[in-house]
Design a protein around this ligand. Structure first.
Ligand code: SAM
Length: 202
């Protein structure tokens, strides 16, 4: 399927830009922030944001907890002839402790519903109590060079107060770098606002 300027493959059980508008919205805006710097994408899904950043000259590493997303991104990178290092694992686990990037980004699961989420596709949309988001904010800094920033892709459909409360708890501050309104799904009448936040340590 065509997503923005790429013809991509979407494997079953991978978060799909065919239905959700956030993937392309973030992918089109990240290159202007990241430029030709080094870039880590957590939770890459089909790899659409990684493709956009690599095509704009960034050096890109992409990870996902979902093995199918990893396979999907490897195949999309090959298809686009773009050099993206793709790794499988939970949050920062696929990285060496010394590995650092100028920018990192996560289009995080917007829902914080409590409970078990055994299904990998559901983990794309649900992060129970935002425990993964908390780990992203807490441990991201140790993988940053200091020449760029830690970024978060989010929405007003997410629990914005809760996200700010987590940031406060760990001495982090969120600043909006980019925002815009879109239907939440292609063809939907329900609109939401997307945000790219910069996460700073106070
Ligand atoms: C909202 S989807 C975004 C996918 C893709 N970046 C996009 O914009 O289309 C969230 C992604 O994060 C991944 N994910 C969820 N929890 C994760 C974790 N703890 N570590 C790494 N990836 C995770 C999911 O598998 C999913 O691919």
């Amino acid at each position: 399927m065509t997503v923005g300027k790429f013809d991509i493959l979407v494997l079953p059980n991978v978060f799909s830009p065919k239905y959700f508008t956030d993937s392309l919205w973030f992918a089109e805006r990240l290159p202007a922030i990241v430029k030709s710097a080094s870039f880590l994408e957590i939770g890459t899904g089909t790899g659409i944001a990684a493709l956009y950043c690599a095509a704009a000259g960034a050096t890109v590493t992409a990870t996902d907890i979902n093995q199918r997303a990893v396979t999907n991104t490897i195949r999309n990178a090959r298809k686009a002839s773009l050099p993206i290092s793709v790794r499988h694992g939970d949050m920062f686990a696929p990285l060496f402790s010394f590995e650092k990037y100028d920018y990192m980004f996560w289009n995080h699961p917007f829902n914080s519903w409590n409970g078990q989420v055994p299904d990998m596709l559901m983990r794309a949309g649900i992060d129970p109590d935002y425990r993964d988001l908390e780990r992203y904010m807490l441990h991201g800094k140790s993988h940053l060079t200091g020449r760029g920033a830690q970024l978060l892709g989010s929405s007003d459909m997410a629990e914005v107060d809760c996200i700010n409360e987590i940031a406060d708890r760990y001495g982090r501050k969120l600043t909006v770098l980019s925002e815009g309104e879109m239907p939440i799904e292609n063809g939907s009448e329900v609109w939401n606002t997307y945000y790219i936040y910069r996460i700073d340590t106070l």
